[in-house]
Design a binder for this molecule. Structure first.
Ligand code: 5GP
Length: 245
């Protein structure tokens, strides 16, 4: 057990590893309701067929996610965020994850451009919400409310909350990033259950959002890694710098 001091003085004991994902490791704590989410520098893309590391990514994404979760909480979106514990560690509520990934899109890129043949950069008339089944072996297929009900992934009431929160998060983030000269092209959210409530979980970072510079359309997100565009760490640092500005 490692003892982690947090800023309000109480102590959280870091326990056993629960799960190691592509970009994060989850640890138990001595409080069964709380976990420590540790951000790694590892990066994967295209169903983990492309692998690499982005220097300092874990530190940057922890800082960006912590700032964004705090901002969203202040705007009325309940999240799993409790506090930032260290450079790479975030204390979070332990969620029963809903196996539905929500993608929100404002501008065509990535999967939408490919599947519907819409040119990258086309501003969408209205935001587009998509659900994907969170399943590595099935490669996160696109699903709809009927699949969700048939698979028993969440109740209709839970999905209503998830949908409402997702549109609100889009409004809040689009406005927030807009003010620091960034276009929020699209992003992915994950939700989970905690004591009967739906909370926003996972992370919000350049790993999970597409962010373009407003003036130049320069990509400041994981597409730099996916497409070998170079200056990846610099792009992540730039997003952090603007968020803190
Ligand atoms: P797309 O479906 O176009 O590949 O992704 C849409 C948005 O969701 C992008 O901002 C992308 O970064 C994010 N996203 C979708 N699936 C994943 C995923 O499995 N991991 C991460 N890190 N981001 C994802």
């Amino acid at each position: 057990m490692i003892e982690t001091d947090n800023r309000i003085g109480d102590k959280v004991k870091k326990g056993k590893k629960i799960y190691e994902g592509k970009a994060k490791i989850l640890y138990e704590t001595d409080n069964p309701d709380l976990v420590i989410q540790e951000f790694k520098d590892d990066a994967t893309a295209f169903d983990a067929t492309k692998r690499g590391t982005i220097k300092q990514k874990g530190v940057i994404n922890n800082e960006i996610s912590s700032a964004l979760f705090q901002m969203l909480e202040l705007k009325g979106i309940p999240t799993h965020f409790v506090k930032k514990l260290s450079d790479r560690e975030m204390l979070a509520k332990r969620l029963d994850i809903v196996l539905v990934e929500v993608t929100m899109r404002n501008i065509a890129a990535g999967g939408l451009s490919k599947s519907l043949g819409i040119e990258e950069g086309t501003v969408l008339k209205t935001p587009v919400l998509e659900y994907h089944y969170k399943s590595d072996p099935l490669h996160d297929p696109l699903i709809n409310d009927y699949h969700i009900e048939m698979l028993g992934l969440a109740t209709a009431k839970e999905m209503k909350k998830i949908k409402d929160y997702s549109f609100s998060v889009n409004e809040i983030l689009r406005d927030f990033f807009g003010k620091v000269g960034l276009k929020l092209v699209d992003f992915k959210l994950e939700f989970g259950r905690f004591k009967g409530k739906i909370l926003l979980g996972d992370e919000i970072s350049p790993d999970t959002c597409r962010l373009w510079d407003k003036k130049t359309n320069e990509k400041l997100d994981k597409d730099r890694f996916r497409r070998d565009l170079g200056r990846i760490e610099e792009a992540y640092q730039e997003v952090l710098k603007r968020i803190k500005s």
